[in-house]
Design a protein around this ligand. Sequence first.
Ligand SMILES: *[C@@H]1O[C@H](CO)[C@@H](O)[C@H](O)[C@H]1NC(C)=O
Ligand SMILES: *[C@@H]1O[C@H](CO)[C@@H](O)[C@H](O)[C@H]1NC(C)=O
Ligand SMILES: *[C@@H]1O[C@H](CO)[C@@H](O)[C@H](O)[C@H]1NC(C)=O
Ligand SMILES: *[C@@H]1O[C@H](CO)[C@@H](O)[C@H](O)[C@H]1NC(C)=O
Ligand SMILES: *[C@@H]1O[C@H](CO)[C@@H](O)[C@H](O)[C@H]1NC(C)=O
Ligand SMILES: *[C@@H]1O[C@H](CO)[C@@H](O)[C@H](O)[C@H]1NC(C)=O
Ligand SMILES: *[C@@H]1O[C@H](CO)[C@@H](O)[C@H](O)[C@H]1NC(C)=O
Ligand SMILES: *[C@@H]1O[C@H](CO)[C@@H](O)[C@H](O)[C@H]1NC(C)=O
Ligand SMILES: *[C@@H]1O[C@H](CO)[C@@H](O)[C@H](O)[C@H]1NC(C)=O
Length: 668
Amino acid sequence: MRQTPASAVLALLVNTSAHAQELQHVLADKADRFPRLNFTSPAPLIFHSTFGLLQQWPNTFFQNGHTIAACTLEKNTNLYHARGDSSFPPSPEWFGLDAEMSYFIAGAMPDSHLLTYRTTKDVKCLYFDGTSASLMDDGSMDAQMLLLHNNSANVPDRPAFGPPPRHDNGGRHFCGHDDRDANCTHWNPLQAEYDRASGLCDFIAEKKLGGPGWGYEGVVRMNAAFELIWCNFSSPSARLVSWLNVSAPLLDGVESDRRPWEAEMLEDGNAEPGPPTAPPRRGAPSGGGGTRWPGRDHPFQAYSVYEWFHAAAKRYGFVGGFPGRGEARISIDSGGLFTFYDPSLEHQASARAQLETELYNLTAAGYWPSPADPIERQSALAHLTRRRRAQRAVNVSAVDGLYMRAEVEDRMRAALGTASDGCSGVDWLLTIQEIVTSYGGDLYDLSNLLSENLSLADGEQLRSRLARSREVVHGRWIPFYEYPQYTDDRLETSFAPSARESQAALERCRTQYQPCDMDELSASEQTTYAAVAEVLGAICGTLLPVLLSIEQLWLANFNNASAPPPEATSPVYKELELTLSNNKRAVEELMAWLGWADQWTACTPGCDLGQVCYIPIWPVMGMGRGRGGPPGKGRGYGYPPRRPGGMNAMHDYLSEPTCVDAEHYPPS
Ligand SMILES: *[C@@H]1O[C@H](CO)[C@@H](O)[C@H](O)[C@H]1NC(C)=O
Ligand SMILES: *[C@@H]1O[C@H](CO)[C@@H](O)[C@H](O)[C@H]1NC(C)=O
Ligand SMILES: *[C@@H]1O[C@H](CO)[C@@H](O)[C@H](O)[C@H]1NC(C)=O
Ligand SMILES: *[C@@H]1O[C@H](CO)[C@@H](O)[C@H](O)[C@H]1NC(C)=O
Ligand SMILES: *[C@@H]1O[C@H](CO)[C@@H](O)[C@H](O)[C@H]1NC(C)=O
Ligand SMILES: *[C@@H]1O[C@H](CO)[C@@H](O)[C@H](O)[C@H]1NC(C)=O
Ligand SMILES: *[C@@H]1O[C@H](CO)[C@@H](O)[C@H](O)[C@H]1NC(C)=O
Ligand SMILES: *[C@@H]1O[C@H](CO)[C@@H](O)[C@H](O)[C@H]1NC(C)=O
Ligand SMILES: *[C@@H]1O[C@H](CO)[C@@H](O)[C@H](O)[C@H]1NC(C)=O
């Protein structure tokens, strides 16, 4: 790396207009100290999706799950199942981990029952991340469908949930989502869900990975809060502890309203509505015998929507870079994760790289050339930071699919054994969450500190701004950096990235979570650790030149506390501004590459006690009293609202969330 002595830089800066070109060189030279970030690399994607597992907040921002994980449901956990009749649940059926969810879905019928089960032991489960229980055709369900159907070409093109199928040529109606059931007259909008549930339970049974009382017994997914597909209600692993009739007396003098899909069916005019009592074939999530979400004659209609949302918000997990508990009743076996970002899925990986290279103007090496215009740059950075939102596992070839099925099965089986079975015992979720805890907030602070408009400030203000940036960046190097012995005329060399102390610090930083015995890592752990190492390489590699350039500037010009700062006309300020600007650009690009958008989005100002920060979560996003009275057709309920801009307007809250309470829910 070429070095330019400080004196030469200063000489150049004395007459900037005459030496503009040389100055550019100096800057380019300094910008070169930052590592080039590879935006087609899967490392930041694997890292951040692993970070978010079992947390409501990150998985709402990044709805298209890419991870399949073995998990464990804790012993003595309560599970809730509501249904619209007094029969014993068929299998498979759904449990909510929160009674609020079950109650809203099936607790408001004329004969609603809430069954509470309690686990009698730790129970193995299979977890799909993202909003894997949101019945939308947006990519939320890609991973489940791939596990069921092997590869992208095999995944049937059927709605997850939506308007009923059209007439076929013979004028029959389909039932569910295929035509096996040629005689049925009522369409079950949840048929695809039941097919998925049985398919996943069959996978477990066929592969001999579990059954009633042993091994894997359920599938964990998330929409508003976490739910469980329970494969067999006769299993001794969950004991029925109460069975209550939870139907509440309805309000008098208010007309009830229709079930939402009936309204849709009538409106579309493409299906027989069926009598209002026609039950879906088996039931509904967390309920059976037909689902009727609380109508306007239900006394708890509005509040129960808020309660469901609130149950989800309690499982937000990390917010603003601060550690928070997500769904803590379930834990992940982090030694056996499977990710659709795994580079071994060759077609899937190359299709993503190809698509994003085009979408984000990346070079063949995966580098991002920033647009010159600052406004365009900011908007491009925002898109890059959120690029995981658009990513889908839809390019899984037959070969990719065989690898995936085999790996998922192997990893599930390994997780059935003792903790030492093939895995090192490192908790990778904890490792990754520690890294986000450590750097998430400081990167954000640093990008803001470096953004301040320097030309407005006087010498003392500049000194204090530089001091603040210095403090923040130094904080991240405490465990790694030893100051070199230096003299004032050798600052440039002593604080060069190539200096011995700098290189040693970089190495300590990059390897801060390297397991002592790398031979212990399973195949899954090797993929996870490769992502951790690349992410730490990018963070440490970017923060090192930031640290060194600030130290150098500080020690050369501002370190004498009893001396006044340099004169306002001093060329030092030009150098300062340029250094900070280079640092700022590097930190911004690092943040975009990392993509921790969920951690850099918050309710500002923060919420009062009793309030909660609102982001739109399917399906409760558009429901509630706040939107002009009771919910009716087209207000959420699993359908994009039909009003122009409906769903998009709600999605704006993902950029600017806002505080709500029961009285002001949803925000309007
Ligand atoms: C960037 O990452 C992609 C995907 O892993 C890889 O194919 C490519 O070679 C990388 N680019 C560089 C310059 O290493
Ligand atoms: C559930 O388990 C019981 C008892 O082992 C068994 O008889 C029944 O067939 C199982 N049901 C399903 C759907 O697997
Ligand atoms: C449950 O309670 C509701 C409301 O009180 C009542 O109409 C219904 O008959 C009850 N069901 C049973 C099985 O007792
Ligand atoms: C998926 O692949 C497995 C293993 O090759 C095969 O047994 C199964 O029938 C396939 N399933 C589908 C839906 O194609
Ligand atoms: C449909 O109904 C006809 C007449 O009742 C019957 O013969 C046929 O087996 C039924 N088909 C199916 C798939 O149930
Ligand atoms: C990836 O899948 C999408 C959706 O099916 C398709 O449009 C695209 O052409 C595929 N890309 C590649 C490289 O196969
Ligand atoms: C890609 O290039 C277009 C056209 O120059 C520009 O508008 C857009 O912001 C760029 N996108 C990114 C992510 O750099
Ligand atoms: C910084 O302040 C100067 C002087 O007021 C102004 O001309 C310039 O536009 C500001 N720059 C930014 C990025 O706000
Ligand atoms: C610090 O500044 C004071 C006041 O200008 C000066 O007297 C002193 O010599 C300086 N100390 C050093 C170590 O440069």
